[in-house]
Design a protein around this ligand. Structure first.
Ligand code: SF4
Length: 488
């Protein structure tokens, strides 16, 4: 009986892509996936250490997992990823509950490392650091790559590069992820093809610095064109675009080539005269979703952070994208409480929120990170002030969001089916303007009688596209009713 594993993934979508890399390696080594963490022989936690709250979550997760071990099992607890990369000595000295830890550069060797450390019998395949061609071969090998966990959901994050050269003063990532380096295009395409075979219908392209991919916007678009040729994919989503002119040029190129997915119910973009057929009105598969973390809007704070831009530039960028891409929705993030930030800077942030009206907003509280350029400036703004500023901005954004929700009610939209709840007839769906696991979902009610009398209802699959009329909303999520049959 082969040993089993279970992976708990913390942090951002980039970590999900890394967890999949680990999973491949574990399966190549002959391990099987357990149904849950409790029943696994090896519980792997893919950690995050981006900010203080992420570190706290990692430690809490380790403690909870250690609780499972204490209940008498022989289970081994493995800590992987950012936290163990950054704090390897502390993990060794202060977290004895962890049986083994390794950093971000060894995801692809997880199976080999665990197998050797715990003397697991047998070896299915060599697990040395593979080259691109070798990786593609492994990824296309049905024996090891089938059902790699991604098939539980219709979406998957795919990492197109790692590391970052920007050097933002608050960020520790370049310190432990290293310089920017991209994944070869053929390797990304092979991974996406494999995921599509496994049932994935939406690919989210992730990295630390997405707009650097391909050396130029043109180079990036060549990758996007290749991904469009994967027939099973409905949607492609671009995440983490730095808010500078290169991002603007990238989107201009995407629109010029008619690569944007348009919702036929919204009648947005004209369909291309020819080309690969997408699941929307044109040939495009890039969803109308613009994620660009500005981090702040005050020029002095941004200069102190060693970041590009100011409120005016970001307003222009957002307006440009809204003009280029009909029905686009924007996600951005703000890091508040950076040393030197004043009440006037927060006023500028509040004005920006009401003018730019980003549909989605992530708010982070600054904490000094050891080894970053900003560390020496300390943490002069007290926690209470930071929390108050975050709350003020959050409430301002909730006002914007309520208005947006009111405008949405009654609209008809084509959504992706993320989950089907057996028995209740309830479907969890998601608009193209919402990223999986971070943005809103639509709870679609289906009449029980309809389920009983319409066999087609039962044929609906996760990953299908479904036409929905939006009927209401909660603080973030929405409700809807089904108005059309699924489109696959
Ligand atoms: S762009 Fe800045 S915040 Fe983002 S990973 Fe690079 S250094 Fe960190």
């Amino acid at each position: 009986m082969s040993a089993t594993y279970y992976i708990t993934t913390l942090g951002c979508p980039k970590n999900q892509a890394d967890s999949r890399e680990m999973e491949r390696s574990l399966r190549r080594r002959g391990l099987r996936k357990a149904a849950d963490a409790t029943s696994s022989d090896f519980h792997l936690i893919n950690s995050c250490s981006f900010i203080e709250s992420a570190r706290v979550e990692t430690i809490q997760t380790v403690m909870e997992a250690a609780g499972l071990k204490r209940s008498g099992s022989e289970q081994k607890l493995i800590l992987a990823g950012c936290f163990s990369e950054r704090y390897s000595a502390a993990v060794r000295d202060e977290l004895p509950e962890v049986d083994l830890s390794f950093g971000t550069g060894l995801y692809h060797r997880a199976g080999e490392i665990i197998g050797d450390r715990f003397d697991l019998p047998g070896r299915i395949q060599g697990d040395q650091a593979p080259g691109a061609a070798e990786l593609i071969g492994l990824r296309q090998n049905e024996d090891v790559a089938d059902d790699l966990g991604a098939s539980h959901t219709p979406f998957a994050a795919v990492k197109i590069s790692d590391g970052c050269n920007r050097g933002c003063a608050f960020c520790a990532i370049p310190g432990f992820r290293g310089a920017f380096r991209e994944t070869p295009r053929e390797e990304i395409v092979a991974e996406c093809r494999q995921l599509a075979r496994e049932g994935v219908r939406e690919i989210c392209l992730v990295s630390q610095d997405t707009n650097q991919y391909g050396g130029s916007p043109q180079g990036f678009i060549e990758l996007l064109e290749e991904l469009h040729a994967i027939p099973e994919l409905h949607w492609i989503r671009l995440l983490y675009l730095y808010p500078d002119p290169r991002t603007e040029q990238l989107w201009e190129g995407i629109v010029e080539r008619d690569l944007v997915w348009s919702d036929p119910l919204a009648g947005a973009l004209s369909a291309a005269a020819s080309g690969v057929a997408g699941a929307g009105g044109g040939r495009g598969k890039i969803v109308p979703y613009f994620e660009s973390p500005v981090q702040h809007v005050s020029a002095p704070v941004l200069r102190a952070m060693r970041r590009y831009g100011d409120a005016e530039k970001f307003l222009k960028l957002f307006a440009k994208i809204r003009g280029l891409v009909p029905n686009v929705e924007i996600r951005t993030s703000l890091l508040l409480g950076y040393p030197g930030e004043t009440e006037a800077d927060i006023e500028a942030v509040l004005r920006f929120i009401t003018e730019a009206r980003p549909e989605k907003l992530a708010l982070f509280s600054y904490s000094p990170e050891e080894g970053t350029p900003g560390y020496a400036a300390g943490d002069p703004i007290d926690a209470e002030t930071k929390a108050g500023r975050i709350n003020e901005v959050r409430l301002a954004h909730l006002d914007v969001l309520r208005e947006l929700h009111r405008e949405r009610v009654g609209r008809r939209v084509r959504c992706m089916v993320d989950q089907i709840e057996p028995g209740s007839g309830r479907i969890v769906a998601r608009r193209a303007q919402d990223a999986p696991e971070v943005d809103e979902v639509v709870f679609v009610e289906t009449e029980a009688a309809e389920v009983a009398t319409a066999p087609a209802e039962n044929e609906l699959q996760v990953g299908d596209l479904l036409d929905v009329e939006l009927t209401g909303f909660y603080e973030y999520d929405m409700t809807g009713t089904r108005i059309g049959s699924s489109t696959t």
